[in-house]
Ligand binder design. Structure first.
Ligand SMILES: Cc1cc2nc3c(=O)[nH]c(=O)nc-3n(C[C@H](O)[C@H](O)[C@H](O)COP(=O)(O)OP(=O)(O)OC[C@H]3O[C@@H](n4cnc5c(N)ncnc54)[C@H](O)[C@@H]3O)c2cc1C
Length: 278
């Protein structure tokens, strides 16, 4: 691994100033489970690392019946997955977090890192897309909140500017919410998703999010249109699943062929809808 300078600031201001001072080749370190792997493989070769784990406010997780859930950027996936409010109110987000890597990985990894890494197959991305999450961002000159729908810009690309730091992810409160997360991978444990989906039901509204089928995780908008207000008969479920599959535009890669992924979307969306109906 190439040598680098390491900083562990105690405030967001200090962290952002360091990133700006050292320019584009300074990188934020959170749990490190993506970044350090890339550094070991010389895929990312930072001159400067800014470790944000010394910033106390980023370790907060809170839930309020009106405001919903806030997961600070440095909250470990293992803590989030076992948090009572998450398990009781957003069980499918907890399920998704529990599928990331191994126990050791989840004791370091964060949901902010999982999404800032902007991989199309990140396991916590489809639940938060289905939940219309909001990403809270600190910048030296301004703070902003960005809908998760505007956060991903492409493979490994987000809307963040250099020097900006995600402080946490907000998820609205829902009164009548159910959801199903399904991960398809080659191995049952410690494997990346070949395809992942989240299907959520908010009252009568159906939301369908899919990962590893496009350059970013996406919502199946046409399938959602078809589903909303419709009675979930077997025939309708098949139509919705077919439509979701037609919206998936995956690639062939080492994990699976394009055709396999499309077929899995169909199966996973159908099974999720059946589960939500029954
Ligand atoms: C063995 C192994 C198995 C894995 N299995 C899975 C899996 O099954 N599913 C899956 O989705 N992922 C998996 N991963 C990938 C990884 O664990 C996750 O993506 C993890 O959630 C990343 O979080 P982190 O805190 O470790 O991020 P880091 O590695 O610290 O950061 C990732 C990227 O996000 C940026 N970043 C981090 N935090 C912020 C912030 N607050 N503001 C702005 N930018 C930020 C960093 O600069 C970096 O570019 C695996 C990794 C390993 C090593």
């Amino acid at each position: 691994m190439k040598s680098f300078e390491y900083f562990k600031p105690q405030s967001l201001k200090e962290a952002s100033e360091l990133l700006i001072k050292h320019g584009e080749n300074s990188h934020i370190l959170n749990g490190g489970t993506d970044l350090v792997v890339r550094m070991r493989e010389n895929l990312t070769t930072p001159d400067v690392i800014v470790d944000i784990k010394g910033i106390k406010e980023l370790h907060k997780i809170s839930y309020d019946e009106k405001e919903g859930l806030f997961v600070g950027a440095c909250v470990k996936l293992s803590d989030m997955a076992h948090n009572r409010a998450v398990v009781e109110n957003y069980s499918f987000l907890a399920d998704a977090a529990e599928t990331v890597g191994s126990g050791q990985v989840r004791n370091l990894a964060t949901m902010a890192g999982n999404n800032c890494n902007a991989s199309p197959l990140a396991d916590t991305s489809t639940p938060i897309l289905a939940l219309d999450a909001v990403v809270c961002i600190y910048g030296l000159n301004s703070e902003r909140e960005v809908s998760i729908h505007d956060f991903f810009k492409g493979v490994r690309k987000t809307c963040l500017s250099h020097g900006e730091i995600v402080t946490g992810i907000k998820i609205p409160a829902y009164k009548d919410l159910k959801g199903v997360f399904i991960k398809n991978s080659r191995r049952k444990e410690v494997d990346l998703s070949t395809v992942c989906t989240t299907v959520a039901k908010v009252g009568n509204e159906i939301r369908i999010a899919m990962g590893a089928v496009a350059p970013t995780p996406i919502r199946a908008k046409e399938a959602e249109k078809l589903a909303n207000g419709a009675e979930l008969t077997d025939e309708m479920i098949n139509k919705i699943a077919d439509t979701a599959a037609s919206e998936a535009k995956p690639i062939d890669d080492v994990r699976a062929s394009r055709e396999y992924r499309i077929e899995m979307v169909r199966v996973m969306v159908r099974r999720s809808l059946e589960q939500l109906r029954d």
